[in-house]
Write a protein that binds this ligand. Structure first.
Ligand SMILES: *Cc1c(COP(=O)(O)O)cnc(C)c1O
Length: 386
């Protein structure tokens, strides 16, 4: 069964299926759809060559102004920012060390992290040769336990921003105080703390030495991120970025983390657009999309429809509205897994969140009209026996 949509020629040529995205911003689905303005910036980037050093410096300086840090550097995603930031803390501006990573012999090679802050991306700290050292345990971390594991081997303290204060962990201001008393920098992974927009400016004032953002969360290219923070550490990061590998006396670890000029222009343009976006309207639009889907499915037997908030941690809260929770009862014509299978098998495919007894449709990453495509397809699945 197809939705009747035209499949773009580029997809046909490779025989890959386009996806209508009812899940949200996920790297595996391509991250985000770029706006016409961002796309135009990519095209213009392609009209000339540019010295990547100049472009990175200009882009970094713009980002630093926006987030209120001394400096910033563009990276291959927030994951690249974590890896590069960790390296910068281990090497400083020592080129010989940069040429040796991930061999950390003779460098501070430990990253201290609170037990309750362990998360999916903490591997990005260790891939440059560092070793994670946990403070505290499953019960939490006290300031004393954090101080105890900091030593002359510590390169930095890692801080997972979205877990700030959770799981009995030490909150950011206190972590900064403890680390700074020992002259150790703090690297905050704030990858998705881009909304409200003012949030981006809160990390430098609280004393984060380095912090990250991922462009996939503000309509930028999936593969770009920002490393922001102290001038000396950003310089140490930039010195071992991919540019310069062929020119410098040392060959840095980050040559395989190369960023193209159109991605740099695109990420900066996406950030510029993000700052002037009417975010209240953006959220109202999520609500309208969800309401249209709810209205289309309202009289379908066996479905219980609840507009909800699907969070960045993939959990459900009552508000603000960006998703429709569809509980699929025994009276429904088909079960949630079966409908999900069928949606994924169609061309274009439709991707939703699927559970044993429910589907969740998220509005964040939809293009105009996707809500109608998804709603009508769901209605058909739950209304007609094939
Ligand atoms: C997505 C994400 C990352 C990785 O960011 P990329 O830009 O995809 O490399 C890191 N940390 C958090 C919290 C994220 O959500």
């Amino acid at each position: 069964m197809t939705s009747g949509l035209t499949i773009p020629e580029a997809f046909q040529r490779l025989e890959v299926k386009p996806i209508v995205n009812g899940r949200g911003n996920y790297s595996v689905l391509g991250g985000s759809i770029l706006s016409p303005g961002v796309w135009q910036a990519m095209e213009q980037a392609n009209s000339f060559y540019v010295d990547l050093n100049d472009l990175l410096a200009a882009a970094g300086s713009y980002v630093a102004d926006v987030v209120g840090s001394e400096a910033a550097f563009l990276t291959t995603g927030a994951s690249g920012a974590i890896a590069l930031g960790t390296a910068a803390c281990m090497t400083g501006e020592d080129g010989e060390r940069m040429g040796r990573i991930p061999d950390t012999t003779g460098m501070p090679g430990e990253v201290v992290i609170q037990h309750g802050h362990r998360y999916l991306y903490d591997r990005c700290f260790t891939m440059v040769g560092a070793r994670l050292v946990e403070a505290g345990d499953a019960g939490g971390t006290t300031p004393e336990q954090l101080a105890e594991v900091i030593s002359e081997r510590t390169a930095l303290v890692a801080f997972t921003s979205h877990l700030n204060g959770l799981n009995n962990t030490v909150p950011l201001p206190e972590v900064v105080r403890i680390a700074h008393e020992r002259d150790i920098p703090v690297l905050v992974d704030s990858a998705y703390e881009v909304f409200p927009v003012e949030k981006m400016g809160t990390f430098a004032p609280v004393g984060a030495d380095l912090f990250t953002f991922s462009a996939k969360y503000f309509g930028g290219p999936n593969s770009v991120g920002f490393l922001c923070g102290r001038k000396d550490l950003i310089r140490a990061a930039a010195m071992q970025g991919s540019v310069g590998y062929e020119q410098r006396p040392y060959q840095s670890f980050f040559r395989p983390f190369k960023l193209d000029r159109h991605l740099i222009f695109a990420a900066v343009t996406a950030l510029q657009e993000w700052l002037v976006t009417d975010h209240q309207e953006r959220w109202c639009e999520f609500g309208r999309r969800i309401e249209r889907i709810r209205a289309t499915l309202a009289d379908v037997p066996g479905l219980t429809l609840t507009p909800m908030y699907f969070t960045m941690e993939d959990t459900l809260e009552p508000a603000p509205i960006n998703c429709l929770h569809i509980a699929v009862g025994p009276e429904a014509l088909r079960g949630a897994p079966e409908v999900n299978q069928s949606l994924r098998a169609s061309n274009p495919a439709i991707y939703l969140h699927a559970y044993d007894d429910a589907l969740v449709v998220v509005a964040d990453a939809m293009r105009e009209g996707d809500d109608t495509i998804i709603a009508e397809r769901l209605k058909r699945e739950f209304t007609y026996a094939e």
